[in-house]
Ligand binder design. Sequence first.
Ligand SMILES: O=P(O)(O)OC[C@H]1O[C@H](O)[C@H](O)[C@@H](O)[C@@H]1O
Length: 679
Amino acid sequence: MSVLCYNVFRRPLQYCLAMRTLDGLFDNSQLATASRSKQLHVCIKRSHSSFGSYKLKLDSTTITSRTSPRKRDFDLSVCGDAEAHGSRNGAVCKASSVDIKTDGQAVSEEAVLGRIERLQNGSDIRGIAMEGEGREVNLTPSVAFFLGEAFGIWLADYLGVSSSLLRVSLGRDPRLTGPALLAATAAGLRSIGCAVFDMSLATTPACFMSTVLSGFSYDASIMLTASHLPATRNGFKFFTKDGGLKVEDIESICNIAAMRYIKRPDRGAAAAAIASSFSPSPATPVSFMPVYAAHLREIIKKGINHPTNFDQPLSGFKVVVNAGNGSGGFFAWDVLEKLGADVNGSVNLGADGAFPNHTPNPEDKEAMSVTSRAVREAKADLGVVFDTDVDRSGVVDSSGQRINGDRFIALLASIVLSDHPGSTIVTDARTSNGLTTFIENRGGKHCLFRVGYRNVIDRGVQLNQLGMETHLMIETTGHGAMKENYFLDDGAYLAVKVIIQMALMRLHGSFHGIGGLIQDLVAPKENTEIRIKILSRLENVKHRGGQVVEAFRRFLVDGSIPRWDLAKCGDCWVSDGCLADFGDGLGPEWSRSPEYRPPSKIDAHMYRAQVLDDSENVLGWVHLRQSIHNPELVVNIQSNKTGGCHTIVNILLNRFFLHNGHADELDLSNIQKFLGSHG
Ligand SMILES: O=P(O)(O)OC[C@H]1O[C@H](O)[C@H](O)[C@@H](O)[C@@H]1O
């Protein structure tokens, strides 16, 4: 469709909107009325926008000059200040598309929206913030300005107060792009009247705690981080006093940001340029991290309750911290050392946004082996590994044993189940059958849920609401939350729990170290993950991937392969994150309760199948889902039999992917490689 632009107000052309109406929705009499009243209200309905619909005020001169009342299908053009808001009043037509023209270059609204929407990663925002990957930088200070502004607008609506009354704190990890993005985000928030506070280098859990701890109690907080992703990336994690935002909240914020961007694409760039010159600073500096560290020290002191040394309960302990040059160094010198621990063997404490040593990530083999070595060299009692922004952790015991993934979950489960017998533990559905046995042997219940830490945490919140005591929600990635800690995804808090346990064990005369708590955890014999690229345009990836995963569900439900069934955990199906309701009464009772929220579009699609061998014994399981970060499907497989993963992958390839004709839309080479190398 051609975009018709007129500068009818004789002002510099900022943008033009042109829309094509849908047949039959705009009739002649309505147009005539609109022309006579010199104002026409057009309602544009966008099915995927949680912003609902919005209204444009079009100058009647422009409309009458560009349209013919006799045509049912026509173009409208407007230049100047179109108002966009959420009302449907006066709507007389629906537009099928809106095109934006900026500085002579046509950019469709869908493209702007798509670009901003693609920054969404589940319940976070992630993007490329600097050159270096050979890919377009898409998280610029200008975009950060609109995201900051959009968050302020969303927050004012969420809390039902004027944005001028809102106080928002901002923190960042050490990434080089952090200061400029933080300044631009602050400028966005300030542009709608919010008071903004700069905590500078901070952690994700600290950002949330700044909404809670007295003396600060901000209405909300934003952490700028891309977690363990490369130094070129950055991102946003948003918090209110109610906790981290949900996937659908992030969708709303992206939509609002896109709408604001469409309206004034130049504004963000200008504001971000001023903001990043730091003159005047858009945010008031605050020193929050020392207060947060003192808060963690209090928790440890009270948890250990040392009979003779309450204030220095870690005296005599050696603890190694590996912060991976992220934000977690403070935990060594401002938490543990002040409690008496010797932290001299610690590594990579200095914040360095280039992450020169290894990826700050407890899932990372190098991060764990570096820590294990440091623990052995220092003859330490414990090693603690954080990811960049400290919402994830893992530990190493005094023997150098790496405790991450399933082992970390088991360790926390054993601590939680001794404090809260019978508690449910929620994890993602990539954990081993051995972990389920471990939890059940301690009297706990294991709920397997969807991948994505927000999903796991939200499920725990939901179970508690429904009266099922659930004290721990934790992912294999090291993301974990506890009921007693605001259901906050908090790597520092999990480390605190392990440290308290270590000290209590010694106080009670045990010198085994924390590794002794998970001795009976049985690891699967084989465990593999295969990533399958989706061969589709970026904007279609989610849809295509979703179709394949849905086909997998149908395939299982139809019984297409004997002895491959949707897995069950307890009373629930481990399919669609235990939310499978086949519409025939098979779904669990709560899925019909008022609290039930259907899975969000982004991460709904994942299924785990239990696989039996010819003798009806468990061979293992296979879990298929869409990646949250990348345009790919992810297959996880575990087996307790040698060659079990090969058997399962072989069947998956031939009986599902190839048989169902998915070879054209998926790059199956990693599957072939796996079969080749394990054949
Ligand atoms: O989907 P993937 O690319 O495997 O990533 C999955 C992971 O994404 C993010 O890092 C989330 O924080 C994790 O909760 C999730 O497990």
